[in-house]
Design a protein around this ligand. Structure first.
Ligand code: ADP
Ligand code: MG
Length: 357
């Protein structure tokens, strides 16, 4: 079947034509946007009261994504989710997006169209509007930087720095699925012993993660969480951020870590410990949040209203306790912090030294 001609042109990209086409295809905006793509800056009418949230995330080819394990649509989708998830973790409502691209010679207009399709597929359902960006050539590798804004009630933002000793630690959804999905993509032989539907589920969780925007907003609106963070680097590393910034330690109950049946099946087929996948796996984009024990019943009632599970996985301890895992037999072991770090990954991080004993 002949493929549909792309309005982006076949091979040689023209910056001006590209921007025009992006504007026409993806740049529709509502009445709050006085000026979207096309002028020197976007102009929007500010929200009355509340706080303005701003976040940016850069994705570099070869570091954050590879073209052999993700389509351009997947790459766009995940780039949007990284930002949506940051806004979700603050309890905000995402609003506007600017997209800066550095495009290498081996990317076509159709590739960029697919990228924007993914971006909009992830962000439109949350009401996000594309209001601008920047476009450059890249000598090597594709770079995508998204800047997203959001808004929140002034007193209601969820920060990393206010977890208190005795608070319960919750996470949304299930953990480790994205890492299992990535491992399956990188090593197709790993699929031996994994049912096709489990493989599809895990790969889907890697390629199209769900930002927990609704959940973050509910937590903020009801004043339920003392602190929150999104799980982009992996539970161990992101929990360490909350502990360091709140000046506390944490005890995680391994038996309480939420694991999907697909992740359990994958771990069993690969003779891996699923707990390690849950602790180390990045890019699940679930939320971790802390709750005063007085509010546990309310949190559990609200959890029934959203379409993902919320699991209590542990408790905040004093800083001197460090970060530890409680195993089902009652013994404690130190939590290894294994999240990805740029510029070398050797030895314990500063964070680890500060938080773990
Ligand atoms: P300037 O020279 O002022 O940076 P540009 O020619 O780069 O202007 O951009 C023209 C318009 O197109 C601006 O409104 C800008 O926000 C928008 N734009 C440029 N690149 C992109 C992109 N990759 N995605 C969305 N909007 C873009
Ligand atoms: Mg520009």
């Amino acid at each position: 079947m002949p493929s549909r001609p792309s309005p982006f042109g076949k091979s040689r990209l023209s910056e001006f034509r590209l921007i025009k086409t992006l504007c026409r295809r993806f740049g529709q905006t509502g009445p709050r946007v006085l000026c979207g793509i096309g002028d020197d800056t976007a102009v929007v009418r500010p929200n009355a009261g509340g706080s303005l949230l701003l976040t940016t995330d850069l994705l570099a080819e070869g570091i954050h994504f590879r073209r052999d394990t993700a389509t351009f649509e997947d790459i766009g989708y995940r780039a949007a989710v990284a930002n949506l998830s940051d806004i979700a973790a603050m309890g905000g409502t995402p609003q506007y997006m600017l997209v800066a691209l550095a495009i290498p010679p081996n990317c076509t207009g159709t590739n960029i169209e697919q990228l924007y399709k993914g971006l909009m597929k992830a962000s439109r359902p949350h009401g996000v509007e594309l209001v601008g960006g920047d476009t450059s050539a890249s000598a090597q590798g594709l770079f995508i930087t998204i800047t997203m804004t959001g808004h929140a009630a002034r007193e209601r933002v969820l920060t990393r720095s206010s977890a208190r000793v005795g608070d319960l630690i919750f996470v949304t959804g299930t953990l480790g699925d994205s890492l299992a999905g990535l491992q399956l993509l990188l090593n197709d032989r790993g699929a031996a012993g994994v049912a096709p539907r489990d493989r599809i589920y895990l790969v889907g969780r890697h390629r199209r993660p769900t930002p927990r925007v609704v959940e973050g907003r509910i937590l903020a609106r009801h004043g339920l969480a003392t602190a929150a963070i999104d799980l982009s680097d992996g539970l161990s590393g992101d929990l360490a951020h909350v502990c360091e910034q709140s000046g506390v330690g944490a005890e995680i109950h391994t038996a309480a870590l939420p694991l999907s049946s697909a992740c359990l099946a994958y771990a069993s087929a690969q003779a891996l410990d699923p707990i390690d996948l849950a602790l180390q796996g990045g890019e699940d984009y679930e939320l971790l949040f802390t709750v005063s024990p007085r509010k546990q019943a309310r949190v559990e009632r609200l959890a029934r209203r959203v379409d993902c599970r919320w699991s209590c996985i542990g408790v905040i301890r004093p800083e001197s306790f460090g970060l530890r895992l409680r195993r089902p037999d009652g013994t404690l072991r130190r939590l290894q912090i294994t999240s990805y770090q740029h510029f070398g990954n050797q030895g314990p991080s500063d964070r680890e030294a500060a938080c773990s004993h």
